[in-house]
Design a binder for this molecule. Structure first.
Ligand code: DLL
Length: 434
């Protein structure tokens, strides 16, 4: 059963807890027996899986870090022989080395199911034409959506990312109803459409399933207006399964996390302490049904808050995570102040003369960190008088400074001068020496 599964998606809190505890126990036994990485850690910490009371005792188990996957590159963390691995994906981080993940055939089945559930949560149905513009390849976006679409019975166009003119042609000729890609790429596509004389608000698109990078409510509004669609947020990460970990419904009040497979916790990233409902912190996930690469208390690096209770829009009872504020490692500390790129995006999206394209450059001058924000302006303003541009620049500086509480430099730049991305947008360029 891949699409909306009322029995599990609207299960009572106690019903879900029962499933979680049973699966968690099975998973811990499995990891203890098959993954020396975990059995050694349990032995070191004198943890006996059989004595744990779950899920309460989960908090006593050690965390798994991204560096643990890298240190076990490529396959040493796998719980099954490589010959039982059906598919391999990998994501590249900032440090160069790939994070490699593997799936057994059953894992692919699970991925198809949670992705079908995810698409169904966005209102996608059989009969929809999904233009899948996430990259196919080692990145999990393309194939993840693909498997979900097949499972759901919708039609999928595996166009992958890039080739924007061709995307637009296919979108019109095939009458795509669903667009799946990064939010930044959807805006680039709309921009190209206008340039080619196509009105993006007049396509057959109904809904966009956008994720793989942080984006703000302001960005959502822009996308919805440009395309005249419903733009919903999809979350996931390769280490856990790829896309299909959590998804917004039309109510846009948090992303429903599929907690019967991915057990969420939110922790204080500095102390590791588990936080309560509503507190912002780092999302930690334990996969309780995976075979090739189950992970216990995996620190995602993503900042969210968790909400429980029934969704007033769709009635789903799974916990929800807030829209992702950003990654801990994307947090900039400028002269002692913590700043997320999303805070800057929120300010910019409220200034109509600013285009939704920006880049943050961090430099170190005379031992002081400085932040320069390149902001594209809309065409009409750019061709306007210099005085108007100067006024706009002052306005952007003052609004960002009053939000962030630090001084920044703002440089207004020509339309289309900031590099566009077909995948994850690069919002921050850190020029400080590490
Ligand atoms: O980005 C999987 C994915 C594909 C998700 C398509 C959604 C759609 P990775 O390349 O491993 O996997 O990157 C995972 O991307 O830890 C977050 O920091 C970020 N991320 C993913 N989705 C969102 C989102 C895919 N909706 C990392 N909002 C994660 C903010 C997101 N950040």
């Amino acid at each position: 059963m891949g699409d909306f599964d009322a029995k599990i998606e609207t299960a009572s809190a106690s019903g879900l807890l029962k499933i979680q505890s049973e699966r968690l126990k099975t998973l811990l036994r499995y990891a203890d027996a098959r993954m020396p990485f975990y059995s050694n850690a349990f032995r070191e910490k004198k943890i006996s899986v059989e004595k744990l009371s779950l899920p309460g005792d989960l908090k006593h188990l050690p965390f798994t870090l991204k560096s643990d996957l890298r240190d076990n590159y490529p396959f040493s963390l796998f719980a099954v022989p490589v010959s039982d691995v059906a598919e391999i994906h990998a994501s590249s981080g900032t440090t160069g080395k790939l994070t490699v993940v593997g799936y057994t055939k059953n894992d692919i089945k699970l991925w198809s199911e949670v992705m079908a559930r995810t698409l169904a949560c966005a209102g996608v149905v059989k009969g929809d034409m999904i233009q899948n513009a996430y990259g196919y390849g080692l990145f999990t976006g393309g194939l993840g959506v693909h498997y979900g679409a097949l499972e759901l019975g919708a039609t999928v166009i595996p166009v992958s990312s890039g080739g924007t003119k061709r995307q637009l042609m296919l979108m019109q000729d095939f009458k795509s109803t669903v667009l799946t890609c990064t939010p930044s790429y959807s805006l680039f596509m709309a921009e190209e459409a206008r340039e080619d004389g196509i009105d993006p608000s007049k396509t057959n698109l109904r809904v966009g399933v956008f994720g793989a990078e942080p984006w703000t409510e302001g960005m959502r509004e822009q996308i919805e207006k440009e395309w005249n669609i419903l733009a919903l947020d999809i979350y996931g990460l390769s280490e856990i399964i790829g896309p299909g970990v959590a998804m917004e419904c039309e109510g846009k009040n948090g992303l429903h996390i599929w907690a019967d497979h991915f057990l969420p916790e939110v922790i204080n990233p500095a102390t590791g302490e588990v936080l309560g409902e509503g507190d912002e912190g780092e999302l930690v996930i334990t996969t309780i049904t995976k075979e090739a690469l189950p992970l216990i208390r995996y620190r995602t690096g993503d900042i969210v808050a968790l909400t429980c209770g029934t969704c007033s829009n769709c009635g789903r009872t799974m916990p929800r995570i807030s829209k992702i504020k950003g990654r801990i490692d994307d947090m900039l500390i400028i002269r002692g102040v913590n700043i997320f790129p999303s805070q800057i995006e929120t300010v910019l999206m409220n200034i109509p003369e600013a285009a939704p394209h920006y880049q943050i450059i961090v430099k170190r001058e005379k031992h002081l960190d400085k932040m320069e924000i390149l902001v594209e302006v809309v065409e009409e303003i750019f061709s306007d008088e210099v005085r108007k541009l100067e006024e706009l620049e002052k306005k952007v500086v003052s609004e960002i400074e009053s939000t962030l509480g630090i001084s920044v430099d703002v440089k207004l730049v020509e339309p289309k001068s900031i590099e566009r991305s077909m995948g994850k947008a690069k919002r921050v360029v850190d020029q400080r020496e590490k």
